[in-house]
Structure formats: structure tokens, C-alpha cells
Design a protein around this ligand. Structure first.
Ligand SMILES: [Mn+2]
Length: 280
């Protein structure tokens, strides 16, 4: 049967009930529709374990795909012993589940960038203006190949993943540092400067004062012409809404009491739950 609709869904953060509500609302039919998730499948919501199992099952049926977000990578780091669970994260049930190795080995095989169709690119945080789409695909693939490699490769990556330095892209970067910078752009970025330098502290909305020289990544004119729209989550303060040139925000801040958002690629229609879970 041909595909009816493609829906791109914002950060789940373990909000399992909101996801079920949203899927009912859009009348999701796995025989006809495809789902694309913007990452951060797990963290603070009421049931990260059920969410992860559910998304994995849909992906294995080939009716959904997901990119990785910073919270997903954080969970992998906790699993492998390179971080502690954050105070408000509810991911312990995943780590203690009998199927934990299956779930986490599946999670580490997910990409950091997807192309739902010729007009769209999906990553968790967005794409900096200093990269071409082809370059972003190639760099995202470098990280993904490391994540899905041997445990030695995975552990070396996770051990070096955290940190804000260096804060700007350079083609000369190598090894673990290169992978860290790529990961920071694809999973943590909000503000950058004209050179693409990352700023990590700002998490507010677009009305808030921003540090001098910095602006939201999607406000800078791409250095190489792009025809694609970038679908992204991560930035809850944007509330999964707003008109921006060639960028589509999807994180409605469900876990913070906002809403879970789905964006239909065929006609640009937005759907959302009326109330978030407000657990954050
Ligand atoms: Mn995030």
C-alpha cells in the first residue's frame, strides 16, 4: 500500500501517554503512515521504558525512524558507565529492564540525521549555516558509525563526548574531539555566531536577550545555498511553533507542560496534544 502521510514528531522525553494521545489524534495507521522522531525519546517523562520499547517496535516494523538527541546519548553514556543519571531523569527502569541490552544496542544504532524526503532534513538540534547538507550528512554518519561500532569505539566516543570545547567547527578536527563537536552541533545547538561558534548557556525563547554576536542557528543565511527545510526538536522554549525560514521547530515542551507536536510533511499541517504531561 502506498504511504498516505509522513508525520514528524517532536521530543518525546518518555511522555508515553502523550504519544498515544497524539497518535490517536492524527489517526495514525501503521499500514499507511510513517513516523519520524526528532530524538530525545527518553528522559523526564512518566514512562521512558515503554516509550523506548514502543518506538523500537515501530522502527523494526519499518513504519517509524528516529534520530538521536542529547538525552538519548546521555542514556548510552550512563549505560556504559561514563555518566550518572541526572536528578530528574526517569531512565533507571530502562537500565534495570531485562531487555536493557537489546534496547540500548538498538538505540546506539540510530542515526543523527535523516532525510525524510528530498525537501527535508531531520536532526535533533538543527544544522549550522556553515555546513552544506551533504557535509552534514557525511559528518553525522561519522558519529553514527562510531556509535554502532565495537564497544571499544563506542566507549571511546562516550568517554570524550562531554564538553563544550572546541566551540566552533573546523575541517581539521580529528578523532574524539571532531566527533564531540559534530555531536554538539547536531544534538545541543541553539545559538551560534557568524562563524558558527556555539553558545551553550542560552535556553530561552526568541524574545529573550541573547549574548552579543549570537543568534538562533536558523537565523543565519546558509553559506551554501539550501533548498531543504530543517526539521528539529531540542529547543522547548520555541514551543514547537513559529515561522522561520527553512526550519521547522518540533519540540512543544510536552514534558514541561507544553504539548507534543506532529508535523505532516505532505501539507505542513501541525497537530498537537492539548496538554503536556507537565512532569519536568
Ligand atoms: Mn535535546
Amino acid at each position: 500500500m502506498p504511504i498516505r502521510y509522513n508525520y514528524v514528531i517532536g521530543d518525546l522525553q518518555g511522555c508515553f501517554t502523550a504519544l498515544q494521545t497524539l497518535l490517536e489524534h492524527i489517526e495514525f495507521d501503521e499500514k499507511q503512515d510513517c513516523l519520524w522522531f526528532a530524538g530525545d525519546l527518553v528522559a523526564r517523562g512518566e514512562d521512558s521504558l515503554a516509550t523506548l520499547r514502543f518506538v523500537k517496535k515501530l522502527c523494526e516494523k519499518d513504519v517509524a525512524r528516529t534520530v538521536l538527541g542529547n538525552h538519548d546519548l546521555n542514556l548510552l553514556a550512563v549505560w556504559r558507565g561514563y555518566n550518572k543519571i541526572r536528578k530528574n531523569d526517569r531512565t533507571t527502569p530502562i537500565l534495570e529492564a531485562p531487555d536493557a541490552p537489546v534496547l540500548l544496542n538498538w538505540l546506539r544504532k540510530q542515526p543523527l540525521l535523516l532525510r525524510p524526503n528530498a525537501d527535508y532534513v531531520l536532526t535533533h538540534a538543527g544544522l549550522p549555516h556553515c555546513w552544506t547538507i551533504a557535509q552534514a550528512e557525511s559528518l553525522a554518519f561519522e558519529v553514527a558509525m562510531t556509535l554502532r561500532g565495537t564497544f571499544i569505539e563506542l566507549d571511546r566516543f562516550l568517554e570524550n563526548m562531554y564538553g563544550n570545547d572546541p566551540d566552533v567547527w573546523s575541517d581539521d578536527l580529528e578523532g574524539s574531539v571532531r566527533l564531540r563537536v559534530i555531536t554538539n552541533y547536531l544534538t545541543r545547538m541553539r545559538l551560534v555566531d557568524a562563524d558558527g561558534r556555539l553558545e551553550f548557556a542560552f535556553k530561552d525563547g526568541l524574545d529573550a536577550p541573547m549574548p552579543d554576536g549570537f543568534a538562533p542557528w536558523f537565523n543565519w543565511q546558509p553559506q551554501f545555498k539550501r533548498i531543504e527545510n530543517v526539521l528539529f526538536g531540542h529547543w522547548a522554549a520555541l514551543e514547537g511553533a513559529g515561522q522561520m525560514l527553512n526550519a521547522v521547530p518540533l519540540d512543544g515542551g510536552c514534558v514541561w507542560g507544553g504539548s507534543l507536536v506532529a508535523y505532516r510533511l505532505e501539507d505542513g499541517q501541525r497537530f498537537s496534544t492539548t496538554a503536556g504531561c507537565g512532569l519536568g
